[in-house]
Design a protein around this ligand. Structure first.
Ligand SMILES: Cc1cc2nc3c(=O)[nH]c(=O)nc-3n(C[C@H](O)[C@H](O)[C@H](O)COP(=O)(O)OP(=O)(O)OC[C@H]3O[C@@H](n4cnc5c(N)ncnc54)[C@H](O)[C@@H]3O)c2cc1C
Length: 356
């Protein structure tokens, strides 16, 4: 059998996307992951997978927002290359707040307005009164007097995506070694072959500046709740969201804690997340808790992603932090340009760091 000409360490979000893209381009790809196809060790398994560039602009930089804009257009194209369907929607984001958080909401709205002024191509936030909110989400009738609607923002089902990508790797003949933890130093793919390090926080030994940012999320089954789009609740401690997934499942998240601690979700976080969801819709009172998930977001000191070329054909892709799904297609396209052209005009346009 011919040796692979591209080895990818880590088959979370980035590794799987890259494996499929390279295999589609005719590369002989090998993937090595510490976990199995269900991605139990990946941040990607726990994520809410919201694709919300404007909403995220309240907590991130304009270049991430630009990457998100690029990615929102690219996701449907990428999903169309997969044999298995993946839930994807672009019905916008709803932002709500309780009366006591009105000052925080004004600050949030001000940040979005500054983003819109800087990036006029991004659809602007629309102020909504109670009537308009009811028209958008009838099950919230009478519960909120004001809100913001962020058109065109999206989300996808992370677990369907990970499964569809694993299946696609098989279809494309990618060699996969599951349950195999490796460092790049332990591999010798040869000087003509590419070696990609997409291990997320697992890449810390080689990228010492990486840190974990702990996130806790609840997955609940709430067939009695009819919310059709991701809904954010302005919250004084962290951006809180409820993301509806197929078949009555909702992802409620997420805490944001500077810690590498992967122990189970705390009582405080669980109470805060679930009670906040209950204040948005009382139907969550009868929801069933399917899972309290915990994972660490792989994060660089500036909270921004980076592509690092440490030697010829040796690339590490990391620092996707809380925006992996939002920006992955942009990071992927830049990585492919670096492989094919040796430089990335897209990375320059989007302000994505390429470290040599
Ligand atoms: C609670 C939470 C909520 C989130 N919500 C969102 C959201 O709504 N929108 C959004 O855009 N992003 C979100 N994210 C962020 C997103 O999940 C991450 O940015 C993304 O998963 C990072 O992708 P990655 O491929 O770099 O790393 P990961 O997805 O973590 O994958 C890394 C892979 O490397 C493997 N690995 C590690 N060490 C080794 C080793 N030594 N050898 C082999 N394999 C190894 C792991 O098994 C894993 O499969 C969220 C994250 C969390 C934790």
């Amino acid at each position: 059998m011919l040796k692979p000409d591209a080895t990818i360490l880590g088959a979370g979000l980035m590794g799987r996307l890259l494996a499929c893209a390279l295999a589609q381009r005719g590369h002989r790809v090998e993937v090595i992951d510490a976990g199995g196809p269900e991605a139990a060790h990946a941040a990607a398994r726990v994520a809410a997978a919201m694709l919300a560039p404007l909403a995220e602009s309240a907590v991130t930089e304009l270049n991430v927002v630009r990457m998100g804009q690029h990615a929102l257009a690219r996701w449907p194209q990428l999903l169309a290359t997969l044999e298995r369907p993946v839930f994807f929607q672009q019905l916008g984001t709803l932002v709500l707040w309780h009366r006591q958080d009105a000052a925080e909401a004004e600050r949030f709205a001000g940040q979005l307005a500054r983003t819109s002024a800087a990036l006029p191509s991004l659809p602007q936030a629309q102020r909504m009164n109670g009537e308009a909110l009811t028209a958008l989400e009838p099950s919230l009738a009478g519960r909120f007097a004001q809100g913001l609607y962020l058109p065109d923002e999206g989300q996808l089902d992370n677990r369907e995506l990970l499964a569809a990508l694993a299946h696609q790797m098989q279809v494309l003949g990618v060699t996969v070694r599951w349950h195999t933890a490796r460092n790049p130093d332990e591999l010798d793919p040869g000087p003509d072959a590419w070696l990609f390090d997409c291990r997320g926080l697992g890449g810390q030994p080689q990228w010492g500046a990486l840190r974990g940012v702990r996130g806790e999320v609840a997955r609940v089954l709430a067939p009695g709740v009819n919310l059709s789009r991701p809904t954010r609740l302005v919250h004084p401690r962290y951006p809180l969201y409820i993301a509806p997934k197929p078949e009555g499942v909702f992802v409620i998240g997420a805490t944001e804690i500077e810690s590498d601690d992967l122990s189970p979700a705390s009582v405080r976080s669980t109470l805060e997340l679930l009670s906040a969801a209950y204040t948005v819709h009382p139907g969550f009172g009868e929801a069933r808790i399917i899972e309290m998930g915990v994972q660490l977001r792989p994060t660089l000191p500036d909270n921004l992603p980076a592509l690092r070329l440490s030697a010829p054909r040796r690339m590490a892709i990391n620092g996707l932090y809380r925006h992996g799904f939002l920006i992955a297609p942009a990071v992927l396209d830049a990585a492919l340009e670096l492989v094919e052209q040796g430089h990335s005009p897209l990375a320059e346009t989007l302000g994505l760091a390429v470290i040599r």
